[in-house]
Ligand binder design. Structure first.
Ligand code: NAP
Ligand code: MG
Length: 400
């Protein structure tokens, strides 16, 4: 059989620990037999990031901007324990943080559904994709514990020295105050990323905030979303047959619990932090959650939502064949290949990605799965396999 060719390359960002081990197996058994992989390889393994003072991470970000598509393995974010373990020169920032910053992108997370793992929320038939604005608000706050009675004020001094001053509260006793901010540019880019993602997937966008109470702060989010939609996306949405819908955040939450899914839920930073955990937990396993970073210029970087699965890696180092679930890693590759296929107009590559996803899920739906899913499956799993056996089962199906 002749291998499928790729017109243009994708950026491949290798990673750490158990996911790095499986990454290699996935390439060897599920991709390379069928596709002549055209990749620019960047080793984002912790040691190499340390050796290159993170230069490799910035190079990888540039490659994603240049090529338009990237696929990333999970990576360790260094901390004191890792410094000791890997004998690092320095503590480096999170590579995902660097990539997000360089691409000015938004992360979208979506659960993968299979028939025999029931979602805890029975109305959800299709994935709810969550887009979290990852800038500002309470994550860049400034707080004071006030010692006694006094006046709390909000002051803004512009670069030309003019002052805007408002009283927050005349406080009659000790208490707490907090200042938070956001930037129009960041909100605008967040809105663009959301609309871009929705167009790509042909799904509606819901956005919720509390503009009835926070008339200026949340009101600004609502206004910018509306402005970006009207001026840049309205016609494209009409053509695609999809909608943008704004509602109050509490109404959005109530509707989410009753909807059938298949939408993008755009969330402010804190709402996204909280609600993404709710959706992940209701949908089963972290290993069935995909993640894609979308830039406002339409660059896409695909990865799994989970980390490097450190505990499994230590067992693997002792010789154990662990039952680590590779589904989200496989879907990171199929997502990137399908995107490449779409941009290059190479339908045979798109078809390959679709078939690999189907084979991956068919094996589970027919009762063969890794341990994390076996704990949730109904009807119960027929066969619990380790990662290598599972990948072999998928490969056997691809052969057919
Ligand atoms: P983790 O790697 O996501 O794993 C946490 C636990 O979740 C595992 O111990 C395992 O539970 C379960 N799990 C996650 N993925 C699984 C899979 N594919 N198959 C089966 N079970 C799975 O999180 P962590 O252990 O907190 O973090 C490890 C490293 O990953 C850290 O250094 C962190 O910095 C990094 N990290 C990277 C990313 C990223 O690159 N996107 C994201 C998060 C964390 P059991 O042990 O109970 O089986
Ligand atoms: Mg959270």
């Amino acid at each position: 059989m002749e291998k499928i060719k790729m017109k243009n390359a994708i950026a491949e960002l290798d990673g750490d620990e158990m996911t790095r081990v499986l990454w290699k197996v996935i390439k060897e058994k599920l991709l390379e037999p069928y596709v002549e992989l055209n990749v620019e390889y960047y080793d984002l393994g912790l040691k190499n990031r340390d050796d290159t003072d993170d230069k490799v991470t910035y190079e990888a970000a540039d490659a994603i901007k240049r090529l338009g598509v990237g696929v990333k393995c999970a990576t360790i974010t260094s901390n004191a324990a890792r410094m000791e373990e890997y004998k690092l020169k320095q503590l480096t920032p999170s590579p995902n943080g660097i990539l997000r910053g360089e691409l000015d992108g938004t992360v979208f997370r979506a659960p993968i559904f299979v028939k025999n793992i029931q979602c805890n929320v029975s109305s959800w038939k299709k994935p709810i994709v969550l887009g979290r604005h990852a800038y500002g608000d309470v994550y860049k706050n400034c707080e004071i514990k006030t010692p006694g009675a006094g006046k709390a004020e909000l002051v803004f001094t512009s670069d030309d020295g003019k002052e805007i001053r408002k009283t927050i509260q005349v406080m009659r006793g000790p208490g707490i105050i907090q200042g938070i901010h956001n930037l129009d540019d960041s909100i605008r880019n967040f809105a663009r990323c959301c609309f871009m993602y929705a167009l790509d997937k042909k799904i509606d966008v819901w956005f919720g905030a509390k503009d009835t109470i926070s008339k200026i702060y949340d009101g600004n989010f609502k206004a910018i979303f509306n402005e970006v939609f009207e001026s840049e996306f309205k016609e494209k949405f009409e053509k695609a047959g999809i909608e943008y819908f704004y509602t109050l955040i509490d109404d959005a939450v109530a509707r989410i619990m009753k909807c059938e899914g298949g939408i993008l839920w755009a969330c402010k930073n804190y709402d996204g932090d909280v609600m993404s955990d709710m959706i992940a937990s209701a949908c089963g396993s972290l290993a069935m959650m995909t993640s894609v970073l979308v830039s406002p210029n339409g660059e896409f970087e695909y990865e799994a939502s989970h980390g490097t699965v450190q505990k499994h890696y230590y067992k693997y180092l002792k010789g154990e064949k662990t039952s680590t679930n590779p589904v989200a890693l496989i879907f990171a590759w199929t997502g990137a290949l399908a995107k490449r296929a779409e941009l290059d107009e190479t339908p045979e590559l798109a078809e390959f990605a679709r078939k690999l996803e189907k084979a991956t899920l068919d094996v589970i739906e027919e009762g063969t799965m890794t341990g994390d899913l076996a704990r949730l499956a109904n009807p119960p799993a027929k066969k619990i396999v380790n990662s290598w056996e599972y990948i072999d089962e998928i490969a056997a199906r691809m052969e057919k």
